[in-house]
Design a protein. Sequence first.
Length: 441
Amino acid sequence: MRILVIATQLPPFNGSGNIRALNYINYLQRRGHQIDVIGVNYPRDCIAYDPTLENVFDPDINIYRLSSGFLHRFFYTKKTVSVNNHSIQNDRHRKGQKYGKFLVSQFLKKMFLIPDQYLFWIRPALKQAIRLVKQQNYDCLFSMHETPSSHLVAYGLKKRFPRLRWIGYWSDPWNGDSTLRQASPGLKKIIEEKMEAAVVALVDKMLFTTAQTRRFYQLKYHLPVTKTALVYRGYPQAVYQEILAANPRHQLPDLKPDCLNLIHLGTIYKELRDINPLCEALKRLQQAEKKIFEKLNIIFIGIFTDHSYKEKLQQFANVVVRDPLPYQEALKYMLLADGLLLYGNKNSSQVPGKLYEYAGSPAFILTILGDAQDELKKIMLDLDKGPCLVNEATPLYEGLVALVKEFTARQLNPKWQLPAPQYEWQRVIADLEEKIIRSGE
C-alpha cells in the first residue's frame, strides 16, 4: 500500500505521542508499505526539540515539513539558555519570569487558538497534500491526532478527493474529555465541536487507544462499531536490549547503588496528575520510617505544568527533579531503574502512552491510579508488572514501605521484571496494519 500520513507531532520533537508516530511510520514502511509524511518544521530552540531524533525515520520515507506558522513561536516553551556557563534556570527572578510567560502562553493557546497552535500550518500542509495526491496513487490517508490540525488537513483533502480512503487516529478526544482542553471558552468549544462533527462524518475509519474513548465517540456520534477500532503503542525490544548491553548502571549519576530507584518520565499535568498524596506519603516516611525513606530514591525527568508541584517534590532529600532528557538518555534511565512510576489520569478516558514503553523494561511498574474509574487499572492488573495503588497518602505510604522492604530483602516478584511481549512493536504494527487494510471493507 502507498499511505500518506499527516501528523503535527513527530520527531525531532520528543514526547510519547511523537515516538508513537515514529514507530507507526517506520514499522509500516518495514512491512513493505510506501509511506509519505506531511509534518511540521519545528523550531530548534523549543524545549521539546531533541537533536538526537533528527534522523530517526527510515531513509526511504519521504517527509515534507511545513512551517508551523508565525503564531506558533509565541506558544512553545524555549530551551534554557546559558550565558557564561550560568543557566537562566538557576536565576530565580528570570526563572519566575519564564514560568509566568509559560502560563500566559498556555492560557492564550487554550482559550483562543482554533483548533490549536498549528492553525497557520493547516493551509500550506493541505496545499502540499493536494500536490502529492495528484502525483501519487495513494491507497489511503492516515491522519494522527495529536493535534486536531492534522485531521483538518485530512478533511480538506478528503473533500477534494472523496474516493481517497481516510483513516483517522485519535490519541485522546478532541472535544468532550475532561483533560487539558476542557477549559476552552464557549464559542471556541462550539466551533471545534462543529469541526470535529464534520471530520467524523467524512472519515472512513476511526482508531482509538482506549475502550472508553471508543465508546464515547460511538455514543456521541451514533457510530456503527465497524467504523471504529482499538490500536496500541509499543516498545522496541531490540533497541532496549542494545541499551542494556552497552550501558552499565553506575554510569547514570542519579541512580544510587544501595537504594530503590524509582523513575518517572514525561510531563506532570496538574489537571491530570496529583502529586500531593505522594508528597504527604513521603513526609510520613521521613518522620516515621526514616530508614525506609533513605532507601528510596525517586527521580522525575520531564516537565511540570505547575511549578509548585516541582517545588514540593524538590523539598525532599530523596527526590531528584530533572529537565527533559534526549530520548536515548531517557531510555537508559527507564531500562536501568529498579522501578518506574506511572501516574494515571484523573477524570479522563485516556491512559498515559508511556505505559507501553515501560512495559518492555526489566524494571517493575508502580502504578498510581488517577481515580476509581481510571482505565489504567484493568490494563495494569492484566499486565501484572507491579503494584497498582490508589492515589491517596495512606496507600502510597504503605505501598512504598512494602516495596522498599521487599527490594532490600531481594523478594520482589520476579514476574515484574519480565517484558510484556504483546506490546513489542512488531506485534503492535501487525495489528495496526490489519486494521488499516480492513478499513476498506
